[in-house]
Design a protein around this ligand. Structure first.
Ligand code: ADP
Ligand code: MG
Length: 392
């Protein structure tokens, strides 16, 4: 992110914190939003993902208040609310403060966490497929664990974040989003093996730029359909295990040949879901090779294939996402485009010639508006780094 802009946000958040709580915060942390270059809906199937953190971040200013009360203020929502952490079973809901409550409750099981004030500020668009939720919850975990000196291993941060979204918010999200929010580095994509959690950094050529196309469509179906896809993959695993007559843990254990050998006996919908997952994971690995060879044409081709598979086999695209991709793929200087994130609205991404980034992003935005979509917008994203302590 532009260093000046990030300084401005930190200053503004510090000012807000003082206004709300009458003193300066003890700490400010941050974590990035992300795009996923390729490898969509593969993480919860034990496959490969290739996300990139962007230069939009969520900042958490926090300070001790003593006692049992926690108070949180979100600048973006203009909302302030308080809670206490109670032991025992938690009724999950997507209430924004549940991410904080989840973080404080789980960390409290490791080491006592007393009352805190929080002010949250962010430049990550919310609910747009750019993972504002992971940026938010990872920045909270970093702040609370540092303030109370809770010894967390690096890998425990994304695992805890995922657990919070699953159990406290009720979204069965995978490991990709919090993983990249924690471990990202600038100018690289992060190849993550979602089964072993091994990862490696893959340099991104400076000859290309990433253009993010926000549809502006609220993802009304996102949570239910996302959870439904997870269920369908699980059913496919059980079905395939019986048909292939071997135990399978996840779709990671299935090859294309396996799938094709039982295609005729399978429910066509389940086959299509599994086919997407297995081929998409392969595409993520092929994209790593293409990036290493700086073959941007091939990266773009794989991105388009990914989009088509998400649209027809996995059925998670939307007319707005398809429109962005359709517009982009016809423009000279665009290597490829696809939806990114879970789908059903949210955002698409385009990989474009770096020398043409301004013209192309303007043209894509104008053409999208011409098609009658008023709420969308387009921005050029720089790569970002993982979570960090901004001020202690
Ligand atoms: P995405 O992660 O793609 O942006 P999600 O639906 O997973 O979409 O997460 C969005 C939710 O995360 C919001 O509805 C809110 O509950 C929470 N959230 C994200 N950023 C903030 C913020 N700055 N302040 C308060 N809540 C936030
Ligand atoms: Mg999210």
């Amino acid at each position: 992110m532009d260093a000046v802009m990030s300084e401005d946000i930190k200053k503004e958040l510090g000012r807000l914190y003082r206004e709300e709580f009458g003193k300066s915060p003890d700490i400010i942390t941050s974590a990035p939003g992300r795009i996923n270059l390729i490898g969509e809906h593969t993480d919860y199937n034990g496959g490969f993902v290739l996300p990139v953190a962007i230069d939009r971040r969520t900042y958490t200013a926090a300070g001790r208040r003593g006692g049992d009360l926690f108070i949180a203020f979100s600048k973006e929502l203009s909302k302030k609310t308080s809670f206490e952490i109670q032991p025992g079973k938690f009724e999950h809901s997507n209430f924004w403060v549940n991410y904080i409550k989840g973080a404080c409750s789980l960390l409290n099981e490791l080491k006592p966490v007393k009352g805190l004030n929080f002010a949250i500020g962010s430049t990550v668009p919310r609910g747009s497929g750019l993972s504002s939720s992971a940026a938010y919850v990872v920045s909270i975990i970093e702040a609370v664990s540092r303030l109370y000196e809770i010894p967390l291993k690096d890998i425990e941060v994304p695992l805890l974040a995922q657990h919070i979204e699953n159990e406290f918010v009720g979204v069965q999200s995978g490991i990709m989003d919090p993983f990249v929010a924690k471990f990202a580095r600038v100018n690289t994509a992060l190849l993550v093996d979602a089964r072993s959690l091994e990862y490696k950094y893959v340099p991104i050529s400076d000859k290309c730029s990433l253009v993010v196309c926000v549809t502006g469509v609220k993802r009304a179906l996102a949570t239910t359909e996302y959870n439904k896809r997870r269920q369908q993959c699980q059913t496919a695993v059980t079905d395939l295990s019986a048909k292939l007559q071997r135990p399978l843990v996840s779709l990671r254990d299935v090859t294309i040949d396996d799938l094709q050998s039982v295609k005729e006996e399978m429910d066509p919908m389940l086959y299509a879901r599994a086919f997407h997952v297995v081929t998409e994971s392969q595409r993520a690995l092929q994209t790593v090779d293409a990036l290493n060879k700086e073959d941007l044409g091939l990266v773009g081709k794989l991105m388009l294939e990914s989009h088509m598979s998400l649209r027809s086999n996995y059925d998670v695209s939307s007319p707005e996402l398809d429109t962005f991709v359709e517009i982009a793929e016809q423009l000279e200087g665009v290597y490829g485009a696809r939806m990114t994130g879970a789908g059903f609205g949210g955002s698409a991404i385009c990989l474009v010639d770096a020398d043409l980034e301004d013209e192309l992003s303007a043209e894509i935005a104008a053409k999208y508006k011409d098609r009658g979509y008023e709420d969308g917008y387009v921005f050029i994203a720089r790569t970002g780094g993982g979570s960090q302590i901004e001020r202690a």
